[in-house]
Design a protein around this ligand. Structure first.
Ligand SMILES: C=C1C[C@]23C[C@@]1(O)CC[C@H]2[C@@]12CC[C@H](O)[C@@](C)(C(=O)O1)[C@H]2[C@@H]3C(=O)O
Ligand SMILES: O=C(O)CCC(=O)C(=O)O
Ligand SMILES: [Fe+2]
Length: 363
């Protein structure tokens, strides 16, 4: 069991379950604003409950995803190889990263979804319609959270951040990750799991914290990284796997809750807030007994959008930490590096390291 003690959570605001914040979106708005800002500052992560995304929209997407991954490998390969969009198995990105995961990566642009659906599903109209419904719901929720953050940061234009993901040209992507259990994967030749079944949690009795339980070591499904975009909304089935870094090598498992969304601050939002919000490092472990499915929306601005610390986040004590860049420039850099690379450091303003040292010594 991991016991970690990073910066203590202000007890009046966030209701922690274990260590990580859980925020109820249906509470009083001013309270929600304070909680979300605090969570983004302290962890770059929170769990959101009572979020308003209809259950059937999530259930339909999950059913389509499982139906896709249940197919024999040659069928799935029709939707690949990832360019980076499409179906991928074990290889992540173009720089040698691997993990025990198979995935579908889609752009959220409707024309692209329609086109890709043709190689993904035997009923492409149904598939693209279900993806559209899900993506629209999570995009709207992402925009709502960004508006809350805009208010919390007292931005002159509180809707500005949300507009970036609502823009028709937004470069947001959607990813379905499937982490087969050891029972359903077949050692190397893909995951032809259509005839296998998982164990029930009662059968498995598996309790995985920081990688292992019952004497089994955890296997990395998706290695350590931060997400490059602004905000990530991640929903998984009831299987444990996601872990969040709280610094000093400590990984905190996120208890799975199919009715909630995990919200993760990405690199672009860290830059826009001049480091006030932290992009959280995270990873996903596989579960030996149960297949895990995560559905992940990455809210991004349009490619030409300029990313630079917002004026309201720049002060005499905390001058601009990052030089301006476009999302296109950042995305290109992302794809030139390994998954675990701290790519935002490449965009630090000159002298920002000495500024950081000054801030630390003033505290
Ligand atoms: C190894 C890589 C895969 C990735 C692009 C990268 O070069 C580094 C970041 C990776 C990541 C992590 C978050 C998202 O899953 C993703 C789609 C993204 O935007 O950055 C992936 C990229 C990918 O798998 O294509
Ligand atoms: O599957 C998960 O829980 C994490 C996946 C992830 O971090 C990603 O797709 O970027
Ligand atoms: Fe991620």
């Amino acid at each position: 069991m991991v016991v970690a003690s990073p910066t203590p959570v202000r007890p009046d605001l966030i209701r922690p379950t274990g260590l990580l914040p859980v925020i109820d979106l249906s509470r009083r708005r001013s309270h929600v604003i304070d909680c979300i800002v605090q969570a983004c500052e302290e962890f770059g992560f929170f769990k959101l409950v009572n979020h308003g995304v209809p259950r059937h929209v999530v259930a339909n997407m999950e059913a389509e995803a499982f139906a896709f991954f249940r197919q024999p490998e040659p069928e799935k390969r029709r939707a690949g190889p990832p360019d980076p969009l499409g179906y991928g198995c074990r290889n992540i990105g173009f720089n040698g990263d691997t993990g025990e995961v198979e995935y579908l990566l889609l752009h959220t642009n409707q024309a692209s979804i329609n086109q890709r659906s043709k190689t993904i599903s035997k009923d492409p109209k149904k598939f693209s319609c279900i993806v559209r419904e899900y993506v629209e719901a999570v995009r709207d929720l992402t925009a709502e959270i960004l508006e809350i953050l805009g208010e919390g940061l007292r931005l002159k234009d509180p809707q500005g951040l949300a507009r970036l993901v609502k823009d028709g040209e937004s470069d947001s992507v959607f990813r379905l990750n499937h982490y087969p259990s050891l029972l359903t994967s077949n050692n190397g030749e893909g995951n032809n799991n259509n005839n296998s079944r998982d164990m029930s949690s009662e059968e498995s009795g598996y309790c995985c914290v920081n990688g292992g339980g019952g004497g089994l070591k955890g296997v990395i499904g998706f290695g350590e990284h931060s997400d490059p975009q602004m905000l990530t909304l991640l929903r998984s089935n009831e299987v444990l796997g996601l872990q969040v870094s709280v610094g000093e090598g400590l990984w905190v498992p996120v208890s799975p809750d199919p009715d909630s969304f995990c919200v993760l601050v990405g690199d672009a939002l860290q830059a826009l807030t001049n480091g006030r919000f932290v992009s959280v490092r995270h990873r996903a472990m596989t579960n030996p007994y149960k297949s895990r499915l995560s559905m992940v929306y990455f809210g991004a601005p349009p490619l030409p959008a300029r990313i630079a610390p917002l004026p309201e986040t720049i002060t005499a004590q905390r001058p601009s930490l990052y030089r301006p860049f476009t999302w296109a420039e950042y995305k290109k850099t992302t794809y030139l590096h390994r998954l675990s690379h701290s790519r935002l450091d490449l965009f630090r303003a000159r002298n920002s390291l000495s500024t950081t040292r000054k801030i630390i010594s003033l505290n």
